[in-house]
Each structure stands twice: as C-alpha cells, then as structure tokens.
Write a protein that binds this ligand. Sequence first.
Ligand SMILES: *Cc1c(COP(=O)(O)O)cnc(C)c1O
Length: 422
Amino acid sequence: MVTPRPIFMEEIVKVKRPSTNTLSSEDSKGPLLDPKEEEPPSLLCPYANPVELSSQEEFRKRFFKDISPAMWDDWRWQIRARIRNQQTLSRYLKLEPEELYTWKGDWHPPMAITPYYLSLFYEKAPDDPLRRSVVPTIDELVATEGEAQDPLMEEGQSPVPGIVHRYPDRVLFLATSFCSTYCRYCTRSRVVGKAKRLVGRKRWELALEYIKNNRQIRDVLISGGDPLTLGDEAIGWLLQRLRAIKHVEILRIGTKVPVVIPQRITADLCKLLKRYHPLFLSIHFTHVRELTPETEKAVSMLADSGIPLGSQTVLLKGINDNTEALKALFLRLLKNRVRPYYLYQCDPILGSSHFRTKVQRGIQIMKELRGFISGYAVPTYVIDAPGGGGKVAIDLGSVLSITEEKVILKNYQGREFVYPNG
Ligand SMILES: *Cc1c(COP(=O)(O)O)cnc(C)c1O
C-alpha cells in the first residue's frame, strides 16, 4: 500500500523563536512568519458559503479591506495571518499596560490569534472573556507555589516522544505542537508553539510502533497542539495508520479548531474524518460567545458526519467562573449536538494563578447546574491530579452516608432521601 507523505504545518509555517534569556526589543515583537512560506492560491478552501453576516464580516471590512471573503474563509490564510505580537495586535485594539509587557522566558506559548477569533472580541473591554483567554498579560510572569512547568508529569509518563501513556487502555498522542491560537492557560504550555517539535514522520512512526506493540491500547486520543491544524493529507495518513492497528477500537481528536478557525471544517475534511469511524471529537470551548454562526455551522457539519462531539472547558477566573456563563455555554453546546464532557479545574502551570479559581467555586457552580438543566448538558467536573494521577472526578456531596442498610442521598434541591441498601 502506498501511503502519502503527510504535510506538516510546521513545514509550512516556520516559527522563529526569540532567544529565551535576553530581554530585547526583538522579544516584544514575538516570533515572525517567514514570508517565503506563502501558500499557492490553489489551496483556497471550499468553505465558501458563509452562513450569516457576523462580527467577522465587519472586522474584515474594516481591517482587511484587500482580503476577499474567499481568502478570509481560507483556513490556511487564517493561519498565515495570525496576530503574533503586541505591536500588530495594537493595530486592532487598544492594549492596556499589563498587556504590553515584554515577552520573555519559556513557560508560555508565544502569542498567536487568528483574525477570525480576534474579530470576536476586538471591540471589547480588557476584561472580555475571549480577550483574556488569548491575549498575554503581565500576570503570566508571576509564578506561585505549587505551580510547575509540567504539573501533570506528562514527560514522566511518556514511553516515546509524543505519547503519554497514563491509563491502562488508552494513550494521548501528541501529533503536533502547533496551534492556530494559543490559550494562555494551556496545560501543555511547556511544549506548544515551541521549536521542540512533536511532529515529523519519524516521531509519528515511533509513536505508531509503540501503540502497535501495546495491545492493551484500545483508544487513542490525538491531541497536541491542535491536530486539525495539520493538512488533510497528514490527518488522513495518521488516521489510516492508526486504523490499521487491529486492537485500536476508537480514535479521538482533541481540538479548538472549530472555535478559532471554523473555516478549517471543510466538506473535504468531514468526508475524510468519517472514513475512520468510530471517531470522536473533543472540542475546547470556553465561552458561549464562541458559538458564532460560523462555529455552529462547522459543528453541525461534523455532527452530520456522524462524529460524536464532546466539549472540554477549563474553569477560569473572571472568564467563565459563574453559573450563568457556564449554563449558557453548556445549553448552547447541547443544542448544537455537542455533549459537555469535562469541566476542568485549571492546571497549575507556571504563571497561572490569575486564572485559577478555588475548587469550592467549581463545586458550587456544579451544584447549581446538576439537576437544574438536562443531564446531557452537565459535564463531569475534574481535577487532573498534579503528579500524573489522572483525572479525578470531584465529589459534589450527594451521598451523605452509606451503611449496610441504607444510603442517604441529597438531591439537587438539597432535600434528603433514603435508598434501602439491604
Ligand atoms: C485525559 C487523558 C486521557 C483521556 O481520558 P478520558 O477520561 O478517557 O477522556 C487519556 N490519557 C491522558 C494522558 C489524558 O490526560
């Protein structure tokens, strides 16, 4: 069988990193795109029927007058045109002093925001939830006790580069370290957007070999970075190789692409993905405002392709840490056939204290959701245990006592009920 050679995004978009230990004016510009790496226009994506006029249309007309709607809707253009430093960002919005700090060190991913995602918040205040999740602030430089570069000890549970094998029957396959837009609270901040590439044919082959040799692996979660930033050919190559392994029963992809470049979800991509069922998709959503007509269209195309969709949301201080915000998000997701899967307590990566809420806050919110809205709209609240213990579901206190005779339960209204345990 002839397998096509995958095209890796890193080969298309060359990332030049500023040095990590000097604080020069060069640093504040952030990494630059290599202009030689332009794509030929033949790669225009077929996502040509924009659903309705939305904020992005106004934004495009105001700031990207010379960019045609077809170009704007080309996901490769969206990636090439990412806003990658404060200087460029300040053309579109007025940055606060705390957003203008000079980027330094290795804890965090570089800044990158697609024009599409920027169009969702360019007119909003500094405390806007979407702005806070992707625009770096000086708070990132404050490391506090208990934080670590790799709190989940993924490196320690990585038998081969790019594989994290923590649970008996499933692995995490880090297919790329590239994302179109970097979330400032990223659990994988230590690797994403960095020169230390997770991608490359040899690395993928080694990871595939590991999966092939470990027959207890029946579930492969492809993540990164964002695997959907890879080209169709690379995605198809990887899925096909994984599907060829007999004991791999289900495949999953973790992505934020439908939220930050919905243009990437093309008819061709859907056609490709549906060839590898059972394939699940976990989409990273943070806020209800991310459910634009474009994202709803993308999600609907995926659901129509028979892909079960789940969402993963990180509980973030000042961004979504209130019951109303999460209720609106989860109900809207469910309406779009996305099943809220996990609500994560924010991982204690270095410089994350401004994002982290108390666990009590999360429990309170969960108690205000469970029972009040459809069970399908309520995710499991988890902490990914520091040290590599895996995801631990947080007890919401519904079992008051268990004896040989009876179980005393507390319902969503706080009323007590007895189950006969005899
Ligand atoms: C989250 C995670 C998984 C998947 O866990 P599920 O609870 O099955 O969704 C697998 N491996 C690693 C290392 C993970 O962090």
